[in-house]
Design a protein around this ligand. Structure first.
Ligand SMILES: Nc1ncnc2c1ncn2[C@@H]1O[C@H](COP(=O)(O)OP(=O)(O)OP(=O)(O)O)[C@@H](O)[C@H]1O
Ligand SMILES: [Ca+2]
Length: 865
């Protein structure tokens, strides 16, 4: 999109209008704002142009005690005053569920209720039979035991819900670039106040409602139904910007007019908060497994009850009733133990532990189910710059036309070529300077940062001077799709207008008809020249460099009217920069580890094919001995042109996609889905958002990722490193591993206790493990066991020579596990039954036999953990 800045009447730098004549006399007396939050809110949403025109942007800025170029003063008093008057950019959240909620939840459980009622009845019997003094004991112990169980289970669930809450707090806050007191600084979105100037570029998310002051943008808004619509926002047209929208093109700055609950986004967020976190697939499966087992348990419990009842031979009504209560108690306990509620809980705990651990490893989890899916991932698709390689680049080569220029012979370059190149480098960028003028710090993509730093290092360049002399009329922002950026500038001193382009070298070269030579002369580009220039580009790429090409053209002013579009033909080539980008330390090993673990790594990069091959070889993604490049490396354009069938055929071989556009990532995700290979995708740009969203696990980069990409992702790697991705895979596998172990443990205990009680009841007419005892075992198994297993750290052999986890396999749990389980149960039941039936004769046990049975059983269970 070409953005025309010339048509906008530039607002005065300092608005001195005192609209309300309300000057502060006393320094300490905070002058109030004479405009209400309500008026402001209603001006922007619904987009009320009339009311805005009545007020006027300049006057409005002044009324908000802000400045069109310097922003608000931003000191503590100022910020406080603003939040007091206009509110803060925070959203009221639903009160968190308190502990009592979880206690009630646990009490609502059918088993708890039955046991509680049984305990009450047994208290009644006790007192009736033995009098208050001696009869209360049994009943009260039972009641206390039930309550204790309830409290323990409520505590663990309460803790988990708090952790999840914390997670969503962190998620909602992102960094925003604002101008305060003339300086650009990053603040969390929640600290943006009314009156702030916010700088916006492609990929940003709007933190509040406001008005566009400079530049022009395309934003993606959400209408009431949640559909996204693209809206053009211009200063002269409709300058309204709504909180929560995403910037898809252009750049500019906005004045914040409403924050927090005064924006629509506020209500959206509130609605979002209300939705409970949906269960992950594993949790859902285990819930249904638990309830199915519960049903089986119920049937068996009925049988146990009937057997017990008919064996008891009670005839007196009172005794019969009493026995029934005891039996119901036992039967319920059997069911309780049979139900593996521990399974869903174990998954929940394992996942929450995962989230915590990942946070320590600089990974933020936005979606719980992603933790599970990471264990299944068979393909990791990653970009190159900053993930496989370090994020800093270095200018390694500089070519002026066909001549390579070494650092120390700058002086030998004649003419204006170098000056023009520097101009292009400094003005043709969306980056901004942060910090003090004396120690500038550039904030932008690694590429732009390096280009500017290189230009600044040239003796003849002074940023401030160039910026003062040149006015930017029109811009075309860089994105991965277009792979180039351009500006139209007016030089005030020389009264000249120039177009500057920079971008991927083949693209720029194709737009050029002339080039500069070392003597500063402009020469026509013959076919032979063109061929030589192409060879230079290929040569740089083969040395592993990212190549950026620069071109310019002087535009003839046609009756004083400058066209607002950037010219794309007959440009003069200025030169090439080659940026060196080293691999990250340890990436080679990490890629190897993935290979050993059966996870394929695909590198998708916007760079030249040869650059991609060179870097991929360095990082170990390509193996120069084995790989035939024509099979494993594919150009983005070619990949896009494949028919669906062709793509499916070739995709298993592809390891590198070069000169890719964001669309390729989406195609890749789609094809992998069709092949049922779970994939994780690492992305950063705003245009990667849909691919990130569609991938099984979308991973956004924390440092160089755009807000939109982060918003669409499942996880964010805060250090941008590929090593973190591998780390998540390892943890994801450990989730399955721990859960697998837990299933085995829980089922063994359940089945053993179940069988034991059943056999004893049928043949003995009595259950060895009483209801309360079983309840204890249940707590230990379900809760403590889950906690213990969830914390098991991942080991390296989870990665080595092991294929990715397959979810179906886990649940059918392999034959090995069933044999293990059967053997374990058989062993336990035999041992315990021997103890129970023959305890007195064989081991000479005289004590309460059931007591030792219980303790042996508990020991078995704990030992299993
Ligand atoms: N800021 C920029 N201005 C102009 N051209 C650029 C800029 N950044 C990159 N390029 C050119 O565009 C090409 C693709 O860059 P792009 O940023 O799209 O890659 P990418 O998809 O992010 O790849 P990677 O995985 O390596 O990060 C580069 O090879 C370079 O020639
Ligand atoms: Ca249970």
């Amino acid at each position: 999109m070409a953005t025309n800045l010339s048509t906008l009447s530039p607002p005065p730098a300092h608005a001195v209008l005192d609209v309300h004549g309300n000057a502060a006399e006393d320094e300490n007396q905070v002058p109030p704002f004479n405009i209400s939050p309500k008026t402001l809110a209603e001006m922007v949403n619904p987009k009320n142009l009339e009311s805005l025109n009545r007020e006027g942007v300049v006057q409005l800025t002044a009324a908000l005690q802000s400045d069109l170029s310097n922003g608000i003063s931003g000191n503590e008093d100022d910020l406080l005053k603003r939040t007091q008057h206009f509110g803060s950019n925070k959203y009221k959240r639903l009160p968190t569920k308190n502990f009592l909620f979880f206690v009630l939840e646990a009490l609502k459980n059918m088993t708890s209720i039955v046991l509680f009622v049984c305990a009450l009845i047994s208290l009644g019997f006790g007192i009736y039979e033995h009098g208050l003094k001696h009869g209360w004991f049994d009943g009260v112990t039972n009641i206390v035991a039930v309550l204790f169980v309830v409290v323990v289970s409520a505590t663990s669930r309460f803790g988990f819900s708090k952790r999840l809450q914390q997670l969503s707090y962190e998620r909602a806050d992102f960094k925003v670039l604002v101008v305060r007191c003339g300086r650009q600084c990053e603040v969390p979105a929640s600290e943006v106040v009314v009156g702030d100037l916010v700088c916006l570029e492609v990929g940003d998310q709007l933190p509040a409602n406001g008005l566009l002051l400079k530049g022009s943008l395309k934003v993606e808004e959400f209408d009431v139904t949640g559909e996204s619509i693209t809206v053009e926002v211009t200063v002269g047209g409709k300058p309204f910007l709504l909180s929560g929208s995403k910037v898809t093109d252009g750049y500019g700055s906005m004045l914040v007019t409403s924050v927090g609950m005064n924006t629509d986004w506020g209500s959206t967020m509130r609605a979002m908060n209300r939705e409970p976190e949906p269960h992950t697939p594993l949790q859902v499966q285990f819930h249904s497994l638990a309830s199915q087992i519960g049903k089986v348990g119920l049937v068996v419990a009925m049988i146990v009850f009937l057997v017990l009842f008919f064996n008891s031979g009670e005839t007196k009504l009172f005794d019969m009733f009493k026995t029934i209560v005891i039996f119901i108690n036992s039967a319920v306990a059997v069911v309780e133990l049979a139900i593996p509620e521990g399974l869903p809980l174990a998954v929940t705990l394992t996942l929450s532990h995962f989230v915590q651990k990942m946070k320590q490893d600089k990974v933020m989890t936005r979606k719980l189910s992603a933790c599970e899916r990471m264990g299944e991932v068979a393909v990791i698709c990653t970009n190159k710059t900053g993930t496989l390689t370090v994020s800093e680049m270095k200018v390694a080569e500089f070519w002026l036309g066909k001549e390579s220029i070494l650092d120390d012979d700058d002086g030998s370059v004649k003419g204006k070529a170098l000056e023009l190149l520097n101009e292009g480098a400094i003005l043709n960028t969306s980056s901004f300077v942060r910090g003090l003028i004396s120690e500038p710090e550039f904030c932008s993509s690694p590429t732009e940062k390096q280009i500017i730093a290189w230009a600044v290092s040239k003796k003849c360049t002074r940023i401030s001077e160039i910026k003062r002399n040149c006015e930017v009329i029109c811009v075309e922002a860089f994105d991965s799709e277009k792979k180039r950026s351009g500006v139209l500038i007016r030089k005030r001193k020389e009264k000249e207008i120039h177009t500057h382009w920079k971008g991927a070298p083949e693209l720029i070269l194709a737009m050029c008809s002339h080039f500069y030579d070392r003597n500063g002369e402009v020469k026509f580009m013959t076919d032979e020249d063109r061929k030589q220039l192409e060879d230079i580009i290929t040569g740089m790429a083969k040395r592993g460099l990212r190549c950026i090409s620069f071109a310019h053209k002087r535009v003839i002013e046609d009756s004083g009217q400058v066209c607002s579009n950037l010219e794309e033909n007959e440009l003069i080539l200025l030169g090439f920069l080659g940026l060196d980008n080293q691999c990250r330390e340890g990436v080679g090993e990490a890629v190897k580890l993935c290979e050993a673990a059966g996870v394929k790594v695909i590198m998708v990069t916007g760079d030249h094919v040869h650059t991609a091959i060179a870097v991929a070889t360095q990082c170990g993604v390509l193996n120069p001995q084995e790989d035939q490049y024509d099979r494993v490396v594919v150009d983005g354009a070619k990949f896009r042109s494949y028919s669906e069938r062709e793509r499916m055929e070739k995709i298993s071989g592809i390891k590198v996609i070069a000169r890719s556009s964001p669309d390729d990532k989406r195609l890749l995700v789609k094809s992998m889905k069709q092949r049922h290979s779970p994939m994780a995708l690492v992305g950063h740009g705003a245009l990667d958002a849909s691919a990130l969203h569609e991938a099984d696990v979308g991973i956004a980069k924390g440092i160089h990722g755009s807000e939109v990409a982060k918003e669409s992702s499942d996880m964010i790697i805060l250090d941008d490193s590929f090593l973190s991705v591998v780390n998540i895979v390892r943890r994801g596998r450990s989730v399955y591993n721990n859960i697998g172990k837990f299933i085995q443990f829980q089922l063994t205990v359940n089945v053993a206790a179940f069988v034991l009680n059943f056999i004893a009841a049928v043949s003995f007419g009595q259950v060895p493990l009483s209801a309360i005892q079983l309840l204890w075992v249940n707590v230990i198994v379900d809760t403590l066991g889950a906690v213990a297993l969830a914390r098991e750290p991942p080991s390296d052999d989870l990665m080595l020579s092991r294929p990715p986890v397959n979810q179906c396999e886990l649940l059918m749990v392999g034959t090995l596990m069933w044999t293990n389980l059967a053997a374990e149960v058989l062993y336990q039941v035999t041992a315990l039954l021997t103890l129970l039936f023959k305890g007195t004769s064989v081991f000479g046990l005289t004590e309460n036999v059931t007591h030792s049975t219980l303790s042996s059983f508990v020991k078995f269970s704990i030992w299993l953990t």
